[in-house]
Write a protein that binds this ligand. Structure first.
Ligand code: AHM
Ligand code: MG
Length: 339
């Protein structure tokens, strides 16, 4: 007989336990995280059978970034939108899959406290080949008055104002990791009970690691400083913290997740023909910057802290350098030389 280990807290139990320690907490953030957990479980079911059913493949449209949209991207987007709209905590959303942000206009939503920005299915180019993909989200307190519809002002906030951020990695097991200012915690989906269970409490990013993650195919499009740093990674010896290993899945969620746990640096630099690089500031860079900083690491765009950037556009891109503090400090010495 399957018995549930009562020492292991589920996501719902954990968020409720956390609430008890915060005077005046209303439970709205806990409720929001539980809603996202529900969407994640539904997305997980479809991701797991992606090879079996007709949900796999291009939906035949191009998203606002000019990229092919896969059917699962749309499914994931709709699941997240659905739980957030029907919950009691979210007043509006922005998504990689939507041209414009959405201000929910029912009374409960208009009176809700948070906005959520998300990439519903990141790394979706990997779906067809059965490689890990993920969902990324950032949560902000709205700045406009409750009772009204949210505006662009609520959506275009610098990442430093996030109250929580997280991701789900659909990998060899499915994990939900989220951060608040109090810490970063990871929950693994136990398929036998259909619950996310606390498996990685209080995640800290090691100060140094041996992994660097970057698309080497773009090497000659990187700036001099970035190329020099990559050369330096390749030359590392035992004496100076090496040798390093290059690991690049092409699914940011999986790459950064691994580096967060094991120590490492992930880079998506600006390119000669695309100075902003590829990744989106609001729902890819900012949530990860928040999570990694809370875990003790660092995240920059090469010159400034990601979380301090004031966004001007919903789908704005940014170069991203993120990971273990010691490795990031070394990278910065190379970036400084470029100035
Ligand atoms: P997506 O949002 O269209 O899936 O693109 C984002 C993904 C990241 O997960 C990953 O790190 C990056 O694109 C890989 O890009 P590239 O193939 O250019 O290295
Ligand atoms: Mg993405």
């Amino acid at each position: 007989m399957n018995t549930v280990n009562r020492q292991v807290l589920t996501l719902d139990e954990y968020t409720i336990q956390q609430l008890r320690g915060i005077p005046g907490a209303t439970g709205e953030l806990s409720s929001l995280l539980r809603d996202i957990g529900l969407a994640a479980k539904r997305i997980n079911v479809e991701v797991n059978k992606a090879g079996l059913v007709d949900i796999l493949g291009d939906a035949g449209s191009i998203n606002v970034q000019g990229e092919d949209v896969k059917k699962l991207d749309i499914y994931a987007n709709n699941q997240l939108m659905g739980v957030l709209q029907h919950g009691i905590s979210c007043a509006g959303i922005a998504s990689e899959e939507l041209d414009e942000f959405i201000a929910f206009d029912d009374e409960v939503s208009k009176n809700s406290k948070y906005v959520v920005l998300f990439d519903p299915l990141d790394g979706s180019g990997n779906i067809d080949v059965n490689i890990s993909i993920g969902t990324i989200f950032g949560v902000y307190r709205r700045v406009t008055e409750r009772g009204s519809k949210v505006t662009e002002e609520d959506i275009l906030q610098p990442g430093v104002r996030q109250v929580a951020a997280g991701y789900i990695v659909y990998g060899s097991s499915t994990m939900l990791v989220y951060a608040t200012r109090r810490g970063v915690n990871g929950f693994t989906l136990d398929p036998s009970i259909g619950e996310f269970c606390l498996s990685h409490p209080d995640i800290k990013c090691p100060e140094y690691g041996k992994i660097y993650s970057v698309n080497h195919g773009n090497f000659f499009k990187y700036t001099h400083g970035v190329r020099e740093y990559i050369n330096n990674c390749q030359k590392k010896t035992k004496e100076d913290g090496g040798p390093y290993t290059q690991r690049y899945i092409g699914s940011m969620v999986a790459d950064v997740h691994r580096n967060l746990l094991k120590g490492g640096i992930f880079m998506y630099p600006g390119l000669a023909d695309k100075p902003g690089g590829k990744l989106r500031l609001l729902y890819e860079c900012n949530p990860f910057a928040f999570i990694v900083e809370v875990a003790g690491g660092k995240a920059t765009d090469g010159t400034q802290r990601i979380l301090d950037i004031h966004p001007t556009e919903l789908h704005q891109r940014s170069p991203l350098f993120i990971g273990s503090k010691g490795m990031m400090n070394e990278l910065e010495t190379y970036m400084m030389k470029e100035k």
